[in-house]
Design a protein around this ligand. Structure first.
Ligand code: HEC
Length: 133
């Protein structure tokens, strides 16, 4: 008799503490889930994947300024060309993706690749140049 009573108490205790355990962990787990889902829906900006979607990631990059710093020595302040070709109409024959590839890989023999390293900046300059036609 007394034995079985005691057992009941113990079971209730166990159930109560299990509930408390799962309630507090449930909240933690929920917070964790929200953070996880959030990072999946809004992934942190990461190089490589900005390709092609000429929009948000390049919006606040000053492509003209980047061009002047990195490219104008060969292509001219106004794209008029110096030792590199005139780029004022480059968008007529090259898509933004073509130009991004040239910026990344260069164009033999005299156009060096890898001058701009950050993918969003490459994309912004490529987009900006492709609008010159
Ligand atoms: C060291 C000089 C030099 C620098 C710096 C340079 N370029 Fe060039 N670029 C060239 C030369 C030379 C060519 C022509 C390559 C060929 O077709 O023989 C060229 C070709 C290109 C072309 C292809 C043009 C076409 O009609 O096919 C693009 C686009 C271009 N450059 C963009 C850029 C951009 C953007 C930058 C800055 C990140 C840059 N270049 C920096 C020398 C340079």
């Amino acid at each position: 008799m007394a034995g079985s009573n005691k057992k009941d108490m113990n079971q209730n205790d166990v159930i109560d503490s299990a509930k408390a355990f799962f309630t507090s962990f449930g909240i933690l787990f929920l917070v964790f889930l929200i953070a996880l889902v959030g990072s999946i829906i809004f992934p942190p900006q990461h190089g490589g994947e900005a390709q092609g979607n000429g929009g948000a990631p390049t919006a606040n990059i000053d492509a003209a300024a980047i061009f002047k710093q990195n490219c104008a020595s060969c292509h001219g302040q106004n794209l008029e060309g110096i030792m590199g070709p005139n780029l004022t109409k480059v968008g007529a024959t090259h898509s933004a993706d073509d130009i991004a590839k040239i910026i990344k890989d260069g164009k033999p023999p005299a156009m060096p690749g890898g001058i701009i390293k950050k993918q969003p900046e490459i994309q912004a300059v490529a987009q900006w140049l492709s609008e010159h036609k």
